[in-house]
Design a protein around this ligand. Structure first.
Ligand SMILES: CC(C)(COP(=O)(O)OP(=O)(O)OC[C@H]1O[C@@H](n2cnc3c(N)ncnc32)[C@H](O)[C@@H]1OP(=O)(O)O)[C@@H](O)C(=O)NCCC(=O)NCCS
Length: 327
C-alpha cells in the first residue's frame, strides 16, 4: 500500500490590502471591534474580475517549482473553491490550461472552508489507490466577489488568496497518515450564498437584494465550529494512532482567532504549537488552511518527521482534519 507526501508548496496573496481602518470608512465598525472579536487586522483583495484560477496559477507555479517537477508530470489537479471562475468549466480546467499540464485530470471540490482538506484527502486516495502518481491540490478564493460590502457582520471577516501543494506517492506510513471528513447538510442555511444557482436563479431582484452574497448566522456557527473541529481532529489523530501530545504543529482554518484558541485549548495543544496568520489575511475559505501550511513551512516551523495536523470547518456544514508525518 502506498501513501502520498507533500513535496512542494506555494501561496499567492493579491497585493491590494484592505485594513480595518479602511473598513471603518465603509461601514459602522471599528478596528477595535474587529480585532477583539476576530483577530483580523487586514485582508488582501483581488482585482475586479481576477478569477480564482489566476490566484491559483500564481500559487501553483511556486509549488511546482519547489517540488522540482514539471507541469507535464502532473496526473491530477484538484482546486477547492467556492468562488470558481465560472459555474462551469471547472477552475481546475482553467488552471490546467494556464500551466499547460496536459496530462492532468482536473476537477473542483466545493467544500467551503474545509475544501482544501477535502481535496487533499481525495488526491491522497487517488495516489494511494495507485491510479495517479503526482497531484496538484489548490485552495483558491476570491471571497470579495461574494461579499456584501454594506453588511458589517460579514464584510470584515473575509479575504482573497490561494495556496497550493504538490503531492507524490511514497511508502505507506509516510506523508498523509489519516483523514477524517464530516458533513451536516441540515445546517446549510447557517452560511450560504442563496442566489445565483439553479434553486434561485440570478435575476435583477436577487441582485438588488444582494442574495448572491454571503449570508451568515455567525453566533450559531461559532459554537458548532469549535465542537466539530475538536471532533474531527481527535478522529484524524485516532485514525493515525497518535495522541494530541504528538502533534508538532496544529494548522487550523483561520475563521476567528477565538475559535482557534478554543479548539487548541480543548485539544490541549499549547500556543507555541499552533499556526495563526488570521491577522494578515482574514478568512480565505479553502485557501486559509493551505496558505497557513505553506507559511509555517516557509518559516521553518515544520521539519522532517513532524506531525502536522490540519483542521477546518465551513459552510455545508462540512468539517475535516488530516494528520501528516512530514517527509
Ligand atoms: C461573526 C462573529 C465575529 C461575531 O462575533 P460575536 O461576538 O458573535 O458578535 P455578535 O454576532 O454577537 O454581535 C455582537 C454585536 O456586534 C455587532 N456587530 C456585528 N458586526 C460588527 C462589526 N463589524 N463592527 C461592529 N459591530 C458589529 C452586532 O450587530 C451586535 O450588536 P448588538 O449586540 O447591538 O445586536 C463571530 O460570531 C464568529 O466569528 N462566528 C463564526 C463565523 C465563521 O467562522 N464564519 C466562517 C465559517 S468558515
Amino acid at each position: 500500500m502506498k501513501s502520498a507526501k507533500i513535496i512542494g508548496l506555494g501561496k499567492y496573496l493579491p497585493p491590494k490590502i484592505l485594513t480595518n481602518f479602511d473598513l471603518e470608512k465603509m461601514v459602522d465598525t471599528s478596528d477595535e471591534w474587529i480585532t477583539t472579536r476576530t483577530g483580523i487586522k487586514e485582508r488582501h483583495l483581488a482585482h475586479k474580475n481576477e478569477g480564482a484560477s489566476v490566484l491559483a496559477f500564481e500559487a501553483s507555479k511556486i509549488a511546482i517549482k519547489n517540488a522540482g517537477i514539471k507541469p507535464a508530470d502532473l496526473d491530477l489537479i484538484i482546486v477547492a473553491t467556492i468562488t470558481p471562475d465560472n459555474q462551469f468549466p471547472s477552475t481546475a480546467c482553467h488552471l490546467q490550461n494556464f500551466l499547460k499540464a496536459k496530462k492532468a485530470a482536473c476537477f473542483d471540490v466545493s467544500a467551503a472552508c474545509a475544501g482544501f482538506i477535502y481535496a487533499l484527502t481525495a488526491a491522497w486516495q487517488f495516489i494511494k489507490g495507485g491510479l495517479y502518481k503526482n497531484a496538484l491540490v489548490v485552495g483558491s478564493e476570491v471571497m470579495s466577489s461574494i461579499t456584501d460590502w454594506s453588511d458589517r457582520s460579514t464584510c470584515v471577516l473575509f479575504g482573497d488568496g490561494a495556496g497550493a501543494v504538490v503531492l507524490t506517492d511514497c511508502p505507506a506510513k509516510e506523508g498523509i497518515l489519516s483523514a477524517y471528513l464530516g458533513s451536516d447538510g441540515a445546517e446549510a442555511e447557517m452560511l450560504i450564498v442563496p442566489a445565483g444557482g439553479s434553486r434561485m436563479v440570478a435575476t435583477k431582484e436577487t441582485v438588488e437584494k444582494k442574495l448572491h452574497t454571503i449570508k451568515m448566522k455567525g453566533n450559531e456557527l461559532f459554537k458548532v465550529a469549535v465542537r466539530v473541529m475538536v471532533d474531527a481532529a481527535q478522529k484524524a489523530l485516532d485514525g493515525a494512532g497518535l495522541s494530541q501530545k504528538e502533534v508538532s504543529i496544529l494548522i487550523p482554518h483561520q475563521a476567528n482567532e477565538r475559535i482557534i484558541n478554543a479548539v487548541a485549548a480543548r485539544l490541549e495543544v499549547p500556543a507555541n504549537r499552533i499556526y495563526v496568520n488570521i491577522a494578515r489575511y482574514g478568512n480565505m475559505s479553502s485557501a486559509s488552511t493551505v496558505v497557513a501550511l505553506c507559511e509555517a513551512w516557509e518559516e521553518g516551523r515544520i521539519r522532517k518527521d513532524d506531525i502536522v495536523l490540519l483542521d477546518a470547518f465551513g459552510a455545508g456544514l462540512v468539517w475535516g482534519s488530516c494528520a501528516i508525518r512530514w517527509a
